[in-house]
Design a protein around this ligand. Structure first.
Ligand SMILES: [Fe+2]
Length: 396
């Protein structure tokens, strides 16, 4: 749904003759969602975007790593900050959990990726640390810590880590589209006044890039796996485009938190929605301000959801004593009631009495409506004591 943008040169009317200075016709390409009845963009290429010269199947290591049921049922804590890093943001992503709607990976990328197109769904990359540049057929977006970068299905792109050399990121592969929640938008798609962010907070691509090259490989993910398609010409040969479909960035610091007098549930933190899942942003904010408020979450069992939380910044009061740190990911599955660690409520109330009435906690949460299965990357990163962290303290 990002709003209409124009980048580079386009003809005044769509589907009309648009020529390069040497007289040859530019090749018009429509990128459109949902069979011509949803958002789309028109791109103008120097060369036909259809010209491929080779197709080679690849082994999909991530897919082969498989997913296993969360059985026996346990809440999980993965110290992803302890996972070995390396590789690029596409082939180096490590599958932590997933289901038929969404696959969730972590990456500690230190190398540029090749050109990549995911034709199975949109991707959202959340940058926890470092900087990274997205280059795409639509142009480039420079991203830094706190940025969500949404890459629509089918966008040919690549990821280039910044001068720090390493970027820590959460990678969310959806089986459909990742969009701002419908309830934030007017009937025709403008962000409403009550929405926690607006068009001004979304950063589109600069460009166009106008790269040249012949016999250029592009890694394509489709439902069958990974294929390398070799293009006759570099796909970044776009002189201009316009439309409502393109990659964009949104920084978590631009999310305007909603605070109530007593504790507000996670839907106030919702940032995006995908097929059968939501993405929420927990941001620094004043604590709940009723004099009698318990200003951290109550114990809860969201009976229809599995809940994944990625701790990305600040001091997470409700988790004190659990072993959770920056870079940790917890999974609280349906079938298990979770809540603050024992003693956390009293500690926060004491803090309020001493004037500490804000929280700087920052986290990204994904709630799914189908159970999350577990990937092998978790086996090496799991804290086996986490499940017992409430019970042990309760027994004293
Ligand atoms: Fe929760």
């Amino acid at each position: 749904m990002p709003y209409y943008r124009v980048v580079g040169e386009i003809p005044r009317k769509r589907h009309t003759r648009f020529r390069a200075p040497d007289g040859h016709l530019y090749a018009e390409e429509l990128m459109g969602e949902e069979g011509f009845v949803s958002d789309s963009s028109l791109l103008y290429h120097v060369h036909p975007p259809t010209a491929i010269v080779k197709s080679e199947g690849l082994t999909d290591a991530a897919a082969q790593s498989g997913l296993a049921a969360n059985h026996p049922l346990l809440p999980r804590h993965y110290r992803t900050q302890d996972l070995p890093g390396g590789g690029d943001l596409v082939l180096g992503r490590q599958l932590l959990m997933g289901n038929d709607d969404v696959r969730i990976y972590v990456a500690a990328a230190d190398a540029p990726s090749g050109l990549y197109r995911n034709s199975t769904g949109d991707e959202a990359v959340y940058v926890r640390a470092g900087t990274i540049r997205l280059e795409s057929v639509y142009g480039a977006i420079d991203a830094a810590a706190g940025d969500y970068v949404i890459v629509p299905r089918g966008t040919i792109h690549r990821w280039l880590p910044g001068p720090e050399g390493r970027v820590d990121a959460l990678v969310i592969e959806a089986s459909g589209h990742i969009r701002p929640p419908r309830r934030y938008l007017s009937q025709v798609g403008q962000f409403l006044e009550h929405a926690p962010y607006s068009e001004r907070d979304l950063r589109g691509p600069d460009g166009p890039l106008l790269a040249e090259g012949e016999d250029v490989p592009v890694l394509v993910r489709n439902r069958a796996g990974l294929t390398t398609l070799t293009y006759a010409h570099h796909p970044f040969d776009v002189v201009g485009w316009d439309g409502c479909l393109y990659p964009y960035a949104f920084n978590i610091a631009d999310f305007e938190p909603i605070v109530k007098r007593t504790h507000a549930p996670p839907p106030v933190h919702q940032t995006f929605e995908g097929p059968n899942f939501v993405i929420c942003s927990f941001c620094p904010r004043p604590l709940d301000f009723d004099p009698e408020a318990v200003p951290i979450p109550y114990n809860h069992h969201n009976v229809d959801s599995d809940e994944m939380m990625y701790y990305v910044g600040g001091d997470y009061s409700a988790r004190k004593g659990s072993g959770v740190g920056i870079g940790s990911i917890t999974l609280h599955p349906s079938g298990f009631t979770h809540g603050p660690q024992p003693g956390a409520v009293e500690a926060v109330i004491r803090g309020l009495d001493e004037g500490r009435n804000t929280t700087d906690e920052t986290a990204v949460m994904i709630d799914t409506f189908r159970p999350l299965l577990l990937g092998r990357a978790g086996d090496v990163a799991e804290d086996p004591e986490y499940a017992w962290s409430w019970g042990r303290a309760a027994r004293g």
